[in-house]
Design a binder for this molecule. Structure first.
Ligand code: NI
Length: 181
């Protein structure tokens, strides 16, 4: 296993639509190794999600793992995911991204979604997510479409450096409205 280099905002791989994987590819040793490396990379950066384009692989593949939060989610890998919005009411969180270090931005997204995807055995799977987990998944799957969270910020006054965020914004926020990945 290895910690992989993370692409940063401005790299073309973060701006293009990733390609789908075939079931054969999903079950291949190469993808198993990439998955293990992505998980190690996410943990090394103390992230809660990572998408393949962030490690320079333009593939429809993303992982999440949330521990120690109110809305915990087990380690999950999504291949070729499709999102359906179940509740379009918007909820806002302060998001971060390993590809955009040192910045935080306030983003509103639908509060409840369904995701249809292939699991690591290339079998069809479906999950329903709401709240914080729904935002984390939408953030990660945005990467597969070449979209970064900064493109979804409506009020650019709410795009701030992390240290300024912690000094000036965090004290008045609920702890659960911060997303770092
Ligand atoms: Ni990200």
């Amino acid at each position: 296993m290895a910690v992989l280099k993370v692409a940063r905002m401005g790299h073309p791989v973060l701006q293009k639509v990733a390609r789908e994987l075939t079931p054969e590819e999903i079950r291949s040793p190469e993808i198993a190794r990439l998955l293990a490396d992505m998980r190690e990379t996410m943990q090394d950066y103390t992230g809660i999600g990572l998408a393949a384009p962030q490690v320079h692989q333009s593939l429809q593949m993303a992982i999440i793992e949330l521990e120690d939060t109110e809305d915990a989610a087990p380690f999950t890998v999504f291949f070729n995911p499709k999102i359906t919005v179940l509740d379009p009411e918007l909820q806002g969180f302060w998001e971060g991204c390993l590809s955009i270090p040192e910045l935080r931005g306030y983003v509103e997204r639908p509060r409840k979604i369904q995701v249809d995807f292939l699991d690591r055995d290339a079998k069809p799977a479906r999950i329903v997510a709401e709240g914080f987990v729904a935002t984390v998944i939408q953030h990660e799957l945005d990467h597969l479409a070449g979209t970064l969270f900064v493109e979804r910020i409506r009020d650019l006054k709410k795009l701030v450096f992390t240290d300024e965020f912690e000094r000036h914004w965090l004290p008045s926020l609920r702890a659960d409205s911060v997303l770092a990945d």
